[in-house]
Write a protein that binds this ligand. Structure first.
Ligand SMILES: Cc1cc2nc3c(=O)[nH]c(=O)nc-3n(C[C@H](O)[C@H](O)[C@H](O)COP(=O)(O)OP(=O)(O)OC[C@H]3O[C@@H](n4cnc5c(N)ncnc54)[C@H](O)[C@@H]3O)c2cc1C
Length: 463
């Protein structure tokens, strides 16, 4: 059957002994491999699956890391547990039970309503470039367990072959895609899975095949790993992710995620540099969170990864499917959860339905479209958060409501759960948006805005 993108073409089934080449051993590549191999075993199909991954995730720093804040959402932790993939220490660096929202008008601490502290923080690679020291409380071994390595090992146990190699070319030859490294053919695969993310030129190689695939739109983020010692991380940050909405010039969003003996500082915005991070860490409301004696050093582990902010076009063709960040991801949240969803939908399609363009269109694409549609509401919600943050009266009114809800549980947690779900990525943005339209909540916000405005005017008149 000719390689084309027609939605009308018929199904192409994978047969016993057929080869699947998975380009990339990040979360989407490992999830795909685990689900495809498990499913194939269940229906008695013999699949020859190889993951090609050029990084060694035990290496410290960006060269061995898939560069992310490493927060695994509550919903993903639970989904993985159901799949039998249990996340625990030492892969889990810290179990998160709360989010602290810091604005320039004050802060509020929101607790998880789930007693089990379901959110996990992990390292994607072998940890920050090492500065671990002789501190008694540090255990270098537990600092270095990589989430991506853990998933890759899991895939290997399910029967995946792992090749530590960079794929540098893809060609379409007759019916099958061929992949190469250093001009040597690695595989003429019956299915190539593009689990390559958006931080290398690999997605571009798929674009250049002329199958209609276009990479997602991206923005750059800035990540830094700051060492303050395990005990200080616990006393200063506890088990809370700190979100800063402090209107620093050019910065849209900043968060500090506690890990073992480091905290991860993630920043989104325009032209963020090392100096922007230092300026951020020197803001009084940020500096207050660090130990008194602490000063920012000039060198710290940092990277500038890309984040998916818009869906890929045509993420499939005959015998090719793009998954994870190279396809669709939830806006600003739970990218690993999106990797899980797209990988699982692609694996189900490939094993149970087939690997033609029409198989993926019918059975895989709906999962991507669901994420893409939901991101529309994500954009609306983040635009609203931005406006709130820039409008002192509304910001203070909402802080009041949130504090009230935390102090007086009998009021319910309507506003708190909206903020919680938005920043944890626990729920679909569509559901959060609909909950935000609740008339009682809108009335409460309006009353609080009027109250806050009145108090502000009274203060002005007094002077
Ligand atoms: C600053 C930042 C913070 C984030 N924080 C979070 C968070 O806290 N929680 C969350 O859930 N998500 C977060 N994300 C998103 C998350 O990182 C991604 O959604 C997720 O990593 C996507 O997984 P993936 O497998 O599709 O791609 P990746 O994780 O990028 O994996 C792709 C893999 O393919 C390999 N590869 C690429 N090309 C080749 C090639 N030619 N040959 C061999 N191997 C190749 C790469 O080495 C890599 O290992 C964050 C992203 C950013 C930028």
């Amino acid at each position: 059957m000719p390689m084309n993108n027609s939605k009308e073409n018929s199904s192409i089934a994978l047969n016993d002994g057929d080869k699947i080449a998975v380009l990339g051993g990040g979360p989407s590549g490992s999830f795909f491999s685990i689900f495809a191999l498990k499913l194939a075993k269940q229906i008695g199909k013999d699949i020859d699956l190889t993951i090609y991954e050029h990084k060694s995730f035990s290496n410290e720093g960006p060269s061995g890391c898939n560069m992310c804040a490493g927060v695994i959402s509550e919903s993903l932790v639970q989904l993985l547990a159901i799949e039998g993939i249990c996340l625990k220490s030492p892969i889990v660096q810290r179990a998160i039970d709360s989010y602290r929202f810091q604005t320039i008008s004050g802060d509020v601490l929101l607790h998880s309503l789930n007693e089990q502290r379901g959110i996990a923080t992990v390292y994607r690679g072998g940890g920050p470039v090492s500065k671990i020291t002789s501190e008694a409380d540090e255990n270098p071994e537990t600092e270095k367990i990589s989430f991506d390595d853990f998933l890759l090992d899991y895939a290997e146990k399910e029967g995946a072959k792992i090749e530590n190699i960079r794929v540098d070319d893809i060609k379409l030859d007759n019916e099958k895609p061929q992949i190469f490294s250093n001009k040597r053919i690695l595989s003429d695969a019956d299915l190539v899975v593009g689990a390559c993310g958006i931080n290398t030129k690999t997605a571009k190689m798929f674009e250049e095949l002329g199958i209609g695939y276009t990479q997602p739109s991206v923005i750059k983020a800035f990540q830094s790993e700051i060492h303050i010692g395990r005990e200080k991380v616990s006393t200063q940050f506890g088990n809370a992710i700190h979100i800063f909405l402090i209107n620093q010039p050019n910065v849209k969003f900043a968060a500090i995620t506690p890990k073992g003996s480091y905290v991860t500082v993630s920043m989104l915005g325009k032209d963020i540099t090392k100096q922007t991070v230092k300026d951020f860490l020197n803001y009084p409301v940020v500096k207050n969170k660090f130990p008194d004696s602490w000063t920012i050093t000039d060198t710290f582990c940092r990277c500038v990864p890309k984040i998916n902010v818009g869906a890929a076009r045509h993420p499939f063709a005959d015998r090719i499917v793009m998954i994870g960040d190279a396809s669709s991801a939830r806006l600003y949240k739970d990218g690993i959860g999106s990797a899980y969803l797209t990988a699982k939908a692609a694996a189900n399609t490939a094993i149970l339905h087939g690997v033609s363009c029409s198989d993926f269109y019918k059975n895989y694409y709906p999962a991507c479209k669901k994420i893409n549609r939901d991101n529309f509401f994500g954009n609306v919600m983040f635009a609203f958060t931005n406006t709130v943050n820039k409008t002192p009266v509304i910001r203070e009114a909402l802080l009041n409501i949130l504090r009230n809800e935390q102090d007086r549980p009998e009021l319910g947690y309507r506003c708190s759960t909206i903020l919680w779900d938005m920043f944890t990525g626990n729920e679909l943005y569509t559901d959060i948006f609909l909950r935000a339209l609740n008339p009682k909540l809108l009335l409460r916000i309006l009353v609080n805005i009027i109250g806050t405005t009145f108090i502000r005017l009274k203060t002005i008149w007094r002077y």
